[in-house]
Design a binder for this molecule. Structure first.
Ligand SMILES: C[S@@+](CC[C@H](N)C(=O)[O-])C[C@H]1O[C@@H](n2cnc3c(N)ncnc32)[C@H](O)[C@@H]1O
Length: 320
């Protein structure tokens, strides 16, 4: 029998130390995943608390339900953190359970280990699978469909912008050549196309970071539209907090973290725009709890290496 997939929740202690769980807590988890953070937060919450978990991935929701489903305080909804706000079921939960606002919101961004490690989901270049990469396999184009809709320039731009890959142009050319020649069906095929430009072994030595890593990250971000909706979702989450309530955002790469940092700075009333004068209507909705963000301890990095790039930013809603 297969063991239930595991996703080790990152920065768990820091999340527990940062997010308030008062009696009768109202908590919104916009990236429920396999429910690791949810399980720990619910363990701190009393019987009168309520927890709403949202995820776009049906497989993750099913596993979270299996893990936590008997907990009557938990409601699980399908959706994305950018669009769930318009869902009548979400609006009804908010109106009924949190009319005064939320105590805590958590956004643990990116992909889960479940997604990354399941070859069938098509995220992994280590284990071949179909070129899919959708966090919600029931919606939107697969990675293969998305690549097939690009020209060399747009594919190179995405690989450069979302993967911060300097060899984006020759990589895009190699990928589209493989596609034209009927050699691009699996994640292994995509990785092979990248290796024709950036070999895995240089001067007899294996390069430390697999050269396909940045290209896979870029295509995954593009396929799932991971960055577009992030800033508006953070702002909506902040506005849904009660005064004293807190939002925690965990990011895994610099692109996400930059958006989280800039959005929270703006919502704290800091003006980073051009010119010396801030617009008069700049809101001051939050104070930044850990202005530089929190990184995992050495012990966490050693125990769970994927956590090493994580960063937690926390903002507290202020009275306005
Ligand atoms: C890092 S995992 C969360 C893990 C979770 N905190 C836990 O401890 O099990 C990120 C989850 O967010 C989901 N996700 C990513 N982008 C999303 C979005 N825009 N809206 C909703 N869920 C999203 C993914 O499907 C994935 O399950």
């Amino acid at each position: 029998m297969c063991a239930t997939p595991v996703h080790v929740p990152v920065l768990l202690q820091e999340v527990l130390d940062s997010l308030p769980v008062p009696p009768g807590a109202r908590i919104l988890d916009l990236t429920l995943g396999l429910g690791g953070h949810a399980e720990a937060l619910l363990a701190r919450a009393d019987a009168g608390s309520r927890y709403l978990g949202v995820d776009r991935d049906p497989e993750a929701r099913a596993l979270a339900r299996e893990r936590l489903g008997s907990d009557a305080r938990l409601t699980i909804l399908a959706g994305t953190y950018e669009d769930v706000w318009e869902d009548p079921a979400f609006q009804a939960w908010m109106a009924l359970q949190a009319p005064e606002g939320l105590d805590a919101v958590l956004m643990d961004l990116g992909v889960s280990s479940l997604q990354l490690k399941s070859p069938a989901r098509g995220f992994s270049f280590r284990d071949p699978g179909p070129l899919d990469m959708r966090m919600n396999p029931e919606s939107g184009p697969t990675a293969l469909d998305w690549i097939a809709a690009q020209d060399e320039g747009s594919l190179a731009d995405a690989i450069y912008q979302y993967g911060e890959e300097r060899a984006s142009r020759p990589i895009a050319r190699a990928i589209l050549k493989a596609l034209r020649e009927g050699r691009l069906a699996t994640t292994a095929d995509l990785a092979e196309a990248v290796y024709t430009v950036l070999p895995k072994v240089v001067k007899g030595r294996r390069v430390p970071l697999d050269p396909a890593t940045r290209t896979f990250q870029a295509i995954r971000i593009a396929v799932n539209g991971e960055l577009e909706g992030l800033a508006p979702a953070i702002e909506r989450a902040v506005r849904a907090l009660r005064p004293g309530g807190r939002l925690g955002v965990i990011s895994f790469h610099s692109l996400e973290d930059r958006i989280a940092k800039q959005t929270l700075r703006r919502l704290s009333g800091v003006y980073d725009g051009p010119g010396r004068h801030a617009p008069a209507d700049l809101p001051k909705l939050v104070r930044l709890v850990h202005p530089g963000g929190l990184a995992p301890t050495d012990a966490e990095c050693a125990a769970n290496p994927p956590s090493r790039s994580a960063r937690l930013r926390v903002a507290e809603r202020v009275l306005t």
